[in-house]
Every structure is written in structure tokens, then in C-alpha cells.
Design a protein around this ligand. Structure first.
Ligand SMILES: Nc1ncnc2c1ncn2[C@@H]1O[C@H](COP(=O)(O)OP(=O)(O)O)[C@@H](O)[C@H]1O
Ligand SMILES: [Mg+2]
Length: 324
């Protein structure tokens, strides 16, 4: 089932809009699955927020931005909906932007006393490629390390580096995606995730079980080497602990609507370490976020409908805020 079908079944009328790689918007043909961003071109007009197709203009009641990564999940498109005065599902501009930035998110979460893997931030203008910074990284974090552009997702631009030379080339590669890169200590352990809704209210935890290696782009989308298990096989106290941590992260990052909060369960210390917050997690009915809610007693159609109604509610509350 798709969000489209779930919302239609709940009585909403849905206009599926797709954005192609060049940034053009299209009304997708709902008869063709999976949806493709092609066909009739649509303009999103600011500041009115109208969707214009040919001579026809439609004003949507609410937007469900099922977009991942930069420009979709980092507050930019959310800002456009704010300017248009339209309700939209998920986190606002601030929460989206902070959660998308791996350095900022970890800084906020660790300041709140929640453990994270140790990391070092490198800005492009500070990177000279000379050996002393690499020496410092290796002596502080020990090899191997993970190198990540701060504002990406889907494992894009991420590498595991096991030698000084690998660190250098991985940092250079990560700078292709962002002006800021983090180098992180490697954690040996399990990958535990929690789905959170407003409240904050946490689902039962789930676990990404990998056949080996780490959760690369291919392991996420292309091959069958990973499995999502929910509820995660944890002791009751551990499940409660990680759910509570996920709610705290949701609060501290200032999130709304929904987020999937990802942790490592560190094998040596038995501690949960915050990895990242995804403000628009994968959302097919077989993705982790809906599966964790399903296991917590909330069905996919209920979840989709709830998110749309919560977006409308939040917008109504925000509209009452004083502006002067
Ligand atoms: N510090 C780390 N220790 C061990 N594995 C890691 C570490 N950081 C990332 N990984 C692996 O890389 C994957 C992707 O990293 P993540 O930070 O979640 O980026 P993305 O936002 O692209 O999902 C993780 O799911 C995990 O398998
Ligand atoms: Mg991740």
C-alpha cells in the first residue's frame, strides 16, 4: 500500500506530485506504479501556494512531502510551504534543518546528556589535506573511522576508512557533497531504530540486521543483504530505555510530526548511542517507520491519516501565534 492509497481510502482526495532530478514538478499518473515524475507539468506558485496545471489552479489543504535528503528533508521545501501558508506533514524548518545536519544534531543531542559516537568536524576551508589533521583524527578516534558529509542521507558520500590514506581520500570525496564533513569513531554493535510521533510518543524499537558490513546505499535499496526486525530482540528494560531516549531526542531537536531516531547499541558498553534523526524516513508500507508503528498497534492507513490531521492541527495552532 502507498500513502496515496491509504489517504484515498480515508476519504481524502490526493493529487500525486513528483519532482524529477532537474527540479521540475509533475502531476503523476496515479494509475502507473511506482509513481513517476513525468506527464503533466505543474507549477507550485508562491506566495499563494497554488498548484497550477495548464489553466487549472488547485489549492491543496495539506501537503505530504514524501521527500528524502537535501531540499526535501532539510527545511528548504518546508520553508516554501511556510511562505505559502500551507499545512504540511512532518517537521518544521528548524527541526528539519538541525536534524539533517549530522554535526549540529549530535551537538544538540550530546549537550542534552545523550551519548553519541565521538566525532571530529572538518570544514572545507580548514582542510589542507596535510598529515597533521589526519594524525590527530587517528590518534583521537582510532582506525577504522566513518567519514560523512553532514547534510546527506541514504549513505551517500559515506565511507569507512581503515588507513590514513583512506581517511584522506574519503574526506576529499565527502567534500563533493557538503562543505562540512564529520569523521566518527567506529561503533561495534547493533543498529536500533525507534519511530516517534508528536507527543513525543515512541513506537516499539526495530533493528536493522545486516548480513555483514555496514548499511550502504546498496544494502538500503538495491540488494537483500539487510533485514528489518520489529520489535527488536531486546530485554524489556532496553526497549523502554531506547524508546525514552528517542522521545528525548525528538524533544531536544525540536521535531514535529514524525521522525525515525536511529541508535547504535554499543556491544562493549551496552549503551545506546544516538546516530541520527530522519525527519522523513522511508514510508512505503514495508519501510521501518510504518512497520514499527504496525508492531505498536497503529496500522499504515491510520498512521497516514493521523499525520495529515496532525499537520492541519499544528498549522491551526501556529496561525494563532502573535507576530508582533
Ligand atoms: N560510527 C559508526 N560506526 C559503525 N557504523 C556506522 C557508523 N556510522 C555509520 N555507520 C554505518 O553507516 C550507515 C549509514 O550511516 P548514517 O550516519 O546512518 O548515514 P545516513 O544518514 O546516510 O543513513 C549506518 O546505518 C551504519 O551501518
Ligand atoms: Mg542512517
Amino acid at each position: 500500500m502507498s500513502i496515496h492509497d491509504a489517504l484515498e481510502a480515508a476519504g481524502h482526495s490526493v493529487i500525486p506530485v513528483g519532482i524529477d532530478r532537474s527540479g521540475s514538478w509533475f502531476v503523476a499518473d496515479s494509475g502507473v506504479r511506482p509513481f513517476r515524475a513525468e506527464g503533466r507539468e505543474v507549477d507550485f506558485v508562491l506566495p499563494s501556494g497554488a498548484l497550477v496545471v495548464g489553466d487549472e489552479a488547485v489549492q491543496a489543504d495539506v501537503i505530504f512531502p514524501v521527500l528524502h535528503g537535501p531540499r526535501g528533508e532539510d527545511g528548504t521545501v518546508q520553508g516554501m510551504f511556510e511562505v505559502a501558508g500551507l499545512p504540511y506533514v512532518g517537521c518544521g524548518v528548524r527541526g528539519s534543518a538541525v536534524a539533517m545536519d549530522k554535526h549540529l544534531a549530535k551537538t544538540v543531542v550530546s549537550a542534552a546528556g545523550i551519548a553519541t559516537p565521538r566525532w571530529i568536524k572538518i570544514d572545507r576551508h580548514r582542510w589542507t589535506g596535510d598529515g597533521s589533521l589526519i594524525e590527530r583524527i587517528v590518534s583521537e578516534l582510532s582506525l577504522p573511522v566513518f567519514i560523512k558529509p553532514v547534510g546527506q542521507g541514504s549513505s551517500i558520500g559515506i565511507a569507512k576508512a581503515s588507513s590514513n590514506e583512506d581517511v584522506r581520500s574519503a574526506v576529499i570525496n565527502a567534500f563533493r557533497y557538503d562543505d562540512t564533513v564529520i569523521v566518527e569513531e567506529l561503533v561495534h554493535g547493533r543498529e536500533i531504530e525507534v519511530a516517534v510521533l508528536d507527543g513525543p510518543r515512541a513506537s516499539v524499537p526495530g533493528e536493522v540486521v545486516l548480513a555483514g558490513g555496514w548499511y550502504t546505499y546498496d544494502a538500503k535499496y538495491a540488494d537483500a543483504t539487510s533485514q528489518f526486525v520489529t520489535p527488536a530482540d531486546l530485554a524489556e528494560g532496553q526497549s523502554r530505555r531506547v524508546a525514552h531516549l528517542a522521545e528525548e531526542v525528538f524533544d531536544h531537536l525540536g521535531l514535529n510530526g514524525l521522525a525515525r531516531i536511529d541508535f547504535f547499541l554499543d556491544e562493549s558498553s551496552g549503551q545506546f548511542l544516538f546516530n541520527e534523526a530522519n525527519t522523513m524516513p522511508g514510508f512505503t508500507s514495508i519501510s521501518g517507520f510504518p512497520k514499527m508503528w504496525e508492531a505498536s498497534g497503529v496500522s499504515y492507513p491510520e498512521l497516514c491519516n493521523h499525520l495529515v490531521l496532525a499537520a492541519i492541527d499544528r498549522h491551526a495552532t501556529q496561525a494563532k501565534l502573535s507576530t508582533r
